[in-house]
Design a protein around this ligand. Structure first.
Ligand code: CMP
Length: 152
């Protein structure tokens, strides 16, 4: 089982898309094991987007990501990091394939609705930014045996 840190960004919350996007993760068979609504601070944004802080688009990204509440969650499942990224599609909603979340709902590179960790190490780092271990709800869903074979 892997875990990915997912953010439903301010545009997702403001556009009332939280439920539809959450439904996609649940429909896929992924588990939400932690979730909270927060307002991102500039300090938190700099920590989360440390690798982008010196990029030309960072000031705009910081202003957007701190502009309104967002929802942080941990999504768990088999190969969750890769699976969730593939469900999001390419960074720009203009380039993302139809059928992906960004391809279906976004027409922007910055306002691309959802963030998801891009690797297992970054997932661990990002999860640690938003959640204490006690906030993560370990639970084996009763449907698990119908989502994949035991020996897969
Ligand atoms: P995310 O997956 O959260 O990772 C970094 C974010 O920066 C990205 O989604 C976009 O919201 C934003 N971003 C990435 N590239 C650009 C860019 N070239 N111009 C503006 N925003 C960008």
């Amino acid at each position: 089982m892997e875990r990915s840190l997912v953010l439903l960004k301010p545009d997702c919350v403001q556009r009332r898309l939280m439920g539809r996007i959450l439904t996609r993760f649940e429909d896929k068979g992924l588990n939400i094991v932690a979730m909270k609504m927060i307002r991102m601070t500039t300090d938190l944004a700099r920590r989360h987007y440390a690798e982008h802080v010196n990029k030309p688009f960072y000031p705009g990204l910081e202003s957007y990501i701190t502009s309104a509440p967002l929802v942080a969650m941990i999504v768990e499942g088999r190969e969750a990091v890769r699976v969730v990224r593939s469900m999001l599609g390419e960074t720009s909603g203009l380039k993302a394939s139809a059928g992906t979340i960004r391809g279906d709902f976004s027409c922007s590179r910055q306002m691309n609705l959802v963030h998801a960790s891009d690797g297992i190490e970054s997932a661990q780092r990002e999860i640690g930014i938003y959640f204490a271990p006690a906030e993560i709800c370990e639970c084996e869903p009763t449907l698990a045996k119908w989502l994949s074979a035991i020996d897969e």
